[in-house]
Ligand binder design. Sequence first.
Ligand SMILES: Cc1ncc(C[n+]2csc(CCOP(=O)(O)OP(=O)(O)O)c2C)c(N)n1
Length: 594
Amino acid sequence: MPHIGDLVAEMLAQYGVELVFGMPGGQTTALHDGISRRTDRIRHVLMRDERNAAYAADAYARLTGKPGVCDVTVGPGANLLPAGFLEALNASIPMIGIVGELPLDWLSLKEKGIASQGFDQLSFFKTFSKDAWLVPSVEALPDLIRTAFRVATAPRPGPVALIIPHDIFDAEWDESSIKVAVDHRACRAPFIRSAPTRSAVDQAADLIRSARRPAIVYGGGVHGADAVTEAVSFADRLGGLVVTSLTGRGSVPETLPYAAGALNPLGSYAAIELIKEADLVIWCGSKASQNTAMNWTLPLPEQATITIDADPNEHGRTFLPTVCLFGDVKEALTMLNDVLEQQDHPEWLDRIATVKAEGEAQKAEEIASERIPVNPPRAMAELAKRVEPDDIVVSDASFSAGWIANYLPARKAGRHFLYARGQGGLGYSTPAAIGAAATRPGTRIITVAGDGGFSYTIGELATQVQNNQKIVNIVLNNGRLGWIQLWQEIFFKNVQSAMLENQSCQPNFAQAASGLGLLGIYVEKPDEIGAALDRAFAHDGPSVVEIRIDDLATPIHSFKRRMREGSDTARPRPGTVYKLREWKVSADLRKEPK
Ligand SMILES: Cc1ncc(C[n+]2csc(CCOP(=O)(O)OP(=O)(O)O)c2C)c(N)n1
């Protein structure tokens, strides 16, 4: 007779899940057994660490819109999930964690690991999940699986944990009494969409018509709502500036004249400068986070604003919007596109072109550098020549995010750049690349990480080899936790706690990669970079290109200025977070509601 592992595998398959990422334990063996009998529909990718399983599942979810499923065993497996779960929670990524558990009637033995590996998993998961359930019986399981998919994919999507006790997992599945039933709406996020009111859309359209220098900030919510087509049409119609958050990159091709790149302290110079000149800013699928809102110095008090978001909590968290379009991003943009005629702002577009050209000139200087150790812009420019519009680029945390944002343009609309900005945790890129490569076989995957972030997950390089994944991993090695070390040098002057190297330890990541079966190439000189990348891209399997970079290079504009000008040791402080009282929008833009 089949067992409950078969039931879970069957339901996952019927929900359209093709990949499950995880690490087995005795308590979850039934699941693995069940999946092994459904290999026509579903494949298990064995990771080397549960944290990485969640990151791989996160990449699968970002690329498919389906919940990323990861499986972990009780105790030491479960307690490695928070990093990936928190990323998914903060970035609104649908995810389902299937978590092993001790037998249900061992409740009193969980404490202090008396029953091996036990602890109060339900309370633990509740703190960092959208929701979590301890399955109480075989009979309750199908409904809880349905619930898990519905909650994970409901606006706003997030990670849920389904904790399945060992005795339930191993029980027999009587198919005549325990029926599988699938809610097909919940195979993908968002499973249900809301729409703003007609009057709010009309108000927004009026405001847009009266603006002279309109701008849009597209956030990750555009991809979350699968609204790229609508976002491009709306941007075309607006005839103004378009910038994005890091996760919103690809909402429009950045090669278009109105697109000025990523708005972030380590993002595009043009985006940072131009957004301040807008008289209307439309925040669309963006939570106006500390980074996207430039330490909450944005929006400026004199800027009119429109928020477009399916989550009511985002309409006024850090500023009072002039107009709220409370609804799904795709629906709201469709409604706006229906009522708004083509807007025309030639002077504003000229200004955008001028500032973009200034930014490009600054970059050209940095790219030309022949410096040794290599200036990262030089390395990124060599990489940019080889990245194709359909490749997937995965960013680690820290400066890599800025190097990618500035030097690898999103040439095509769609989610081709994966950034873990929900938490900004180091160690995302290597496992997420595994998830991306498994999700899109045949697509080239590129990661960029610092030596600190890369060190977190180096063991997963073996997983890349084992799965024969075509991943080019770039390690920008500055021998230090660059961001932190610069912070210490600029603001504290004497702390030196972020050095990853000293005389007795200079890790060679390319050699380590070779040891794990990858092609490993170490590069020290600018003129070696091109050939190294060519070899890596031509290699039939994963590779690591380690580039020794200048340890003072940074993409953070304010750091660059401080290092140029010296003396200013005042640490950056967030702007006024809630801009309710200091509103100064001019009367012609600040229309009263009809
Ligand atoms: C998991 C985690 N721990 C700590 C941090 C804090 N942190 C932010 S940047 C950074 C330095 C990263 O160094 P590296 O990966 O070498 O990149 P670089 O700054 O040199 O570009 C640290 C430790 C973090 N973001 N994530």
